[in-house]
Design a protein around this ligand. Structure first.
Ligand SMILES: Cc1ncc(COP(=O)(O)O)c(C=O)c1O
Length: 418
């Protein structure tokens, strides 16, 4: 028998093994100063492309004032206890009703965090007789929610409607045997590569198959659709989404999340969702802050307009310069380059130190070996100078990558890890 920790001492995991050379820089970096287009990293100002503050609300003066006032009025404790026991307030209800209206659903229910919230939503919606069919590229929170499921689950190929249909055939057969139902899960926007989930095609399958659809619209809420109500609104199928989910952690620039749907379903979730029944209520400062942010989204379309102006400038600029930005249909802007992990590290170091550009870097095992994904998140607070400087910098680092400059610079990195 082994000591439980033996495996941990031996194997730090695919990312953990890089910790000694990566921590504080490539992972767990410290971005300092007010959240904006330019922040401080390692004592230097950098153009920030890695913060999901899509609408630029994080540091909006009115928002900051409301947050500060709410903190003064309520502190960080109120209300205490779970919603069901002692943590319920009129303002929680008000926010739920405003959110429901905004996303054109009967009811909404607040969640303390998106991650646990969606995990628990999945857990609550299914029993062991039900079958889950979900996109293979789903966010970790969906995968973990599915892990809790005691019944069968099938993945379909990413955004592949034929594959979904095949799996719906299997799921339907099985559900007929178990007497259960089928839950399909997609994201509104896939946050790594930026493609929208094919919601229109998915809901069209409701003519052929019996299933309910849960959509995680973390990146679509506030950014897509005429009013900003998300990917369902954008694709004209919001009413066909049975359970709609969005987090406050992106467009609303805060903490918390919500689910929305028919009153009876939300009522059921309210009374059965373990992550909310057995956890402290969302604190008041976050509730009041979310109300303010939602009001701004509704009344100030200029934030979304500015966001899209920047998205279009950045994405068209990258394309004109021949960069591969995949098939994004959202603000998420991936730039794919070819190289090893050590090369990616050298390249990102160059970008940060010499070009003052801070973006996220994604490598294997999140994407296939040999690919480097630089992920840019344009926001309403960026400006044309940020975009032009970034485009020039990207052209320059691509040249260096192709010339093998980063291969040389990365020598030693591999050795220090193995
Ligand atoms: C698609 C998706 N779902 C859920 C979450 C989790 O949200 P939260 O940060 O509120 O826990 C995220 C956040 O990164 C996300 O990108």
């Amino acid at each position: 028998m082994q000591d439980l920790f033996d495996k941990i001492y031996k194997n730090k995991g695919p990312l953990g093994k890089w910790a000694s050379i990566a921590e504080g820089y490539f992972v767990f970096p410290k971005l300092e100063g007010p959240i904006s287009n330019r922040m401080m990293f390692n004592g230097k100002e950098v153009i920030t492309w890695s913060v999901n503050d899509y609408l630029g609300l994080a540091n909006n003066t009115e928002v900051r004032e409301v947050d500060a006032k709410a903190a003064e009025q309520y502190g960080s404790a109120y209300p205490m206890g779970a919603r069901m026991m002692s943590g319920h307030t009129n303002l929680h209800e008000k926010l739920e009703s405003e959110l429901a209206k905004f996303v054109s659903k009967d009811s909404a229910y607040l969640l303390n965090f998106g991650y646990q919230g969606i995990l628990s939503t999945i857990d609550t919606l299914v029993t062991k007789n039900d079958i889950i069919v979900y996109d293979i590229d789903s966010h970790a929170c969906i995968i973990d929610g599915v892990r809790l499921h005691l019944g069968k689950r099938f993945t379909y190929q990413h955004n592949d409607i034929n594959s979904l249909e095949k799996n719906l055939v299997r799921a339907t057969k099985l559900a007929e045997q178990t007497g259960g139902g089928v839950l399909v899960i997609s994201e509104g926007v896939f946050g790594m590569r930026g493609e929208q989930g094919k919601l229109k095609e998915i809901v069209a399958l409701k003519d052929k198959f019996k299933f309910r659809l849960l959509v995680d619209d973390a990146h679509g809420f506030g950014t897509l659709g005429k009013t900003g109500a998300g990917a369902g609104e954008e694709q004209g199928v919001q009413d066909q989404i049975d359970v709609y989910f969005a987090t406050f952690a992106k467009s609303l620039a805060s903490t918390g999340a919500f689910i929305a749907g028919d009153s009876e379903i939300i009522e059921f979730l309210k009374y059965n969702m373990r992550s909310q029944m057995f956890a402290k209520s969302l604190q008041m400062q976050l509730v009041v802050g979310a109300l303010k942010r939602l009001e701004l989204i509704k009344t100030r379309p200029e934030f979304k307009q500015k966001l899209w102006e920047n998205v279009n400038l950045l994405q068209s600029g990258l394309k004109e310069r021949g960069f591969d930005i995949g098939s994004t249909q959202s603000c998420v802007t991936p730039v794919y380059l070819k190289g090893s992990i050590p090369e990616a590290m050298a390249l990102v170091k160059d970008l940060r130190e010499n070009y003052h550009i801070f973006c996220s870097i994604v490598v294997y095992p999140v994407i296939p070996k040999g690919l480097i994904l630089l992920r840019l998140i344009p926001t309403a607070s960026h400006n044309i100078n940020d975009i032009n400087e970034t485009l020039d910098a990207f052209s320059s680092i691509r040249k260096k990558l192709e010339k093998g400059v980063y291969k040389k610079a990365s020598k030693g990195i591999e050795k220090s890890v193995d």
